[in-house]
Design a protein around this ligand. Sequence first.
Ligand code: SAH
Ligand code: SF4
Ligand code: F3S
Length: 475
Amino acid sequence: MAANRSEIEYLQLDEQQSFVQKVQAYLADKSTRAAYVHSYGCQANVAEGEKIKGVLSQLGFGFTENIEEADLILLNTCAVREGAEDRVFGNVGALKHNKRRNPELIIGLCGCMMQQKSVVERLRRSFPHVDLVFGTNAIHRLPQMLYGCLTQGRVIEKPEDEIDTTVVEEIPTRRDNTLKAWLPIMYGCDNFCSYCIVPYVRGRERSRSPQRVLEEAKRIVEGGAKEITLLGQNVNSYGKGLSEEERINFSELLRRINDIPGDFRIRFMTSHPKDCTKELIDTIAECEKVAPFLHLPVQSGSDRVLDVMNRRYTAEHYLSLIDYARERIPGVAFSSDIIVGFPGESEQDFEKTMELIRKVRYSNLFTFIYSPRGGTKAAEMEDPVPAKEKSRWFQSMLKEQEQIVRDLHEEMVGTVHRVLVEDDNGPAENGSHKLAGRTGSNVLTELYGSPDLVGNFVTVKITKAYNRSVDAEMI
Ligand code: SAH
Ligand code: SF4
Ligand code: F3S
């Protein structure tokens, strides 16, 4: 099985090699070839955007942040909520003018939305200025598709009926950030939370081999990165489906990455509470490079809603994980995703979520108003609560959360943290610069110091709290 899989991988990439040369030759006599690539949605998409850039770079493209200058525009889309889709359609519509000005311009769309038949049909029919469409699993075929676009015209790939679960390795990556790297360890999702479109547009869960992940992690560290974030829709089920010889669980993967020599920090997302184990929490506690931070999306504090969401845990179980993590990991911080206004959610259900938020005291909360997604179970459910009421709940949650974060920041004053300095925000008085970075617990921290500190860890004492950040001084 494993041997067979790697055969497919190399075959596909070999075939592409001839197209790489063809595109390179085609572009050789063109004066400009700047690509604009924008990824919407989650970090998995951002990481794939970096692979797209890797392939384009191999083909001879340079990159621009200015969409008006681009010869190739690629929008890497997200389908998780309606708003995300509307934004993409709006932006693509506006590109009609760019195409009129520059008929040579290639406009492409890829990512999760392109895995929906209705979307692709609409683009084919109503957006003739779109030249290229491909789904979440086709990045390795980009040379071939682009060659088709350059020499023959539109290439609109239909979504696959069933997404191929072959893990294609060795797609080149061009990372946007050399200090903090995204590292996908698995793809797809098998959980089918009733509101969520991800399992439909990303296909079944599959893990990369631990050896591949470790090799890439080593390369990232050797390349000078100081933070690696491991990515998967549910990292806690990492390893499922790997062959017996190579199968390890997520905790073991963390330990092996932790053993890579060098001064760097490890983060990961996302952990599904139903699969979050004490072993994982112990591992975070025991591995010095793993940040004391857990993104553990709860979605709701009401057991009734959690059940209809198909989340497969209770609020009580969730809180027991939080308590255990607090006990084992000094200074641990939590973040979460919450859906407000799930079909049939009552004010009492909502109050239970508010109660849970007050108990956990998240340092960061991503709050979303429920958005029905065609094809999911929840989209068929009765949804009697008016949008206005949902919006009122949503606002009261934001307000509560703002106060919680402010209080957490106040409590940090006087404590000592290790901060990775990421940004130089310009000169300040007395010759030093205003710098910004993050603590292990992911709090935005501002301090004064030499710009040479960017890219380094410093030890600081927190001096002042704000709503969104804290000030610190080096010790
Ligand atoms: N795999 C991750 C999250 C993926 S999507 C996890 O299980 O936590 C990111 C977040 O988007 C979800 O956690 C959820 O809070 C939100 N989301 C997903 N579908 C949604 C929908 N239909 N409406 C509103 N929010 C949604
Ligand atoms: Fe969506 Fe649930 Fe899978 Fe997360 S675990 S991607 S919320 S189905
Ligand atoms: Fe969006 Fe796809 Fe991620 S739907 S949230 S970009 S997996």
